[in-house]
Design a protein around this ligand. Structure first.
Ligand SMILES: Nc1ncnc2c1ncn2[C@@H]1O[C@H](COP(=O)(O)OP(=O)(O)OP(=O)(O)O)[C@@H](O)[C@H]1O
Ligand SMILES: [Mg+2]
Length: 242
């Protein structure tokens, strides 16, 4: 098993943001995570990636326990993530932002630059290497963030709301880019998203959370049909379109 989360609890004071979450993620799989605002999706990502320390429970990556490890060690073990609100360095160029990812594996500037250039190529971003990320449209900024995550050479890539703010064409393009990169880099993907087209198209399996709890998991088509899922979340957003 690539990732195993066992009975994970994350509390903020009296608020249970993650209440006893357990699931597994296989090598090469694409797992989606959905749920309404405040369900605890980003909290779960933050616990796995080391940004939050779990209150209880255990996280194993490739058999090794990583519970409570700080972000830089989680990155080095092979887990990368993007952020719901993008976190790029506004005063560094696109290429330098991607180099930051590469610096988690090397301290050599030349190597980092070469790796950044290769990834920018792969993402169709080489024309943008010298500009500041903030000068780009959102869709390209998301690609830069993706490129920076890939530069850390992850085996597991976690994407927190990659498609938010993108139009349907841009959404389709990022789905295609992700599928291409997943094959080329042999990645395992874990993604959260409110854009149903994105999550239902990409995911092989979906976990549904609501109010801190995992309420179900299964194939996207099966999950979308369940009454408790429709009630908790899909209701207006998806059920109508079936
Ligand atoms: N650092 C924090 N301190 C206190 N409360 C937090 C913190 N991070 C998250 N929470 C709370 O935990 C709950 C879950 O939040 P989380 O951001 O994980 O939800 P989400 O499913 O990602 O929602 P969204 O779809 O809006 O991104 C919310 O009630 C939120 O206010
Ligand atoms: Mg979130």
């Amino acid at each position: 098993m690539m990732l195993e989360v066992k009975n994970l609890v994350k509390e903020f004071g009296g608020l249970v943001a993650n209440g006893d979450i357990s699931f597994e993620l296989r090598q090469g799989e694409i797992l989606g995570l959905i749920g309404p605002n405040g369900a605890g999706k980003s909290t779960l990502f933050n616990c796995i990636a080391g940004y939050y320390k779990p209150t209880r429970g255990n996280i194993f990556f490739e058999g090794k326990e990583i519970t409570g490890w700080p972000p830089h060690l989680v990155t080095r073990v092979g887990i990368a993530r993007t952020f719901q609100g993008m976190k790029m360095m506004p005063n560094l160029s696109v290429e330098e932002n991607v180099m930051i990812g590469a610096f988690c594996r090397t301290s050599d500037r030349q190597i980092a630059r070469k790796e950044a250039q290769e990834i920018l190529d792969l993402m169709d971003l080489n024309g943008e290497a010298r500009v500041l990320p903030t000068e780009l449209p959102i869709a390209l900024q998301k690609r830069v963030e993706l490129a920076r995550a890939i530069a850390t050479k992850p085996r597991l890539l976690m994407l927190d709301e990659m498609a938010a703010g993108l139009n349907p064409l841009e959404t389709k393009e990022i789905i295609e880019a992700l599928q291409r990169i997943k094959e080329e880099k042999r990645l395992t993907l874990f993604l959260t998203e409110h854009v149903m087209e994105f999550i239902m198209t990409l995911s092989e399996r979906v976990i549904v959370m609501s109010a801190g709890k995992k309420i179900t998991e299964g194939l996207p088509v099966e999950v979308a049909r369940q009454e408790k899922v429709i009630e908790a979340y899909l209701g207006e957003r998806y059920a109508k379109g079936r």
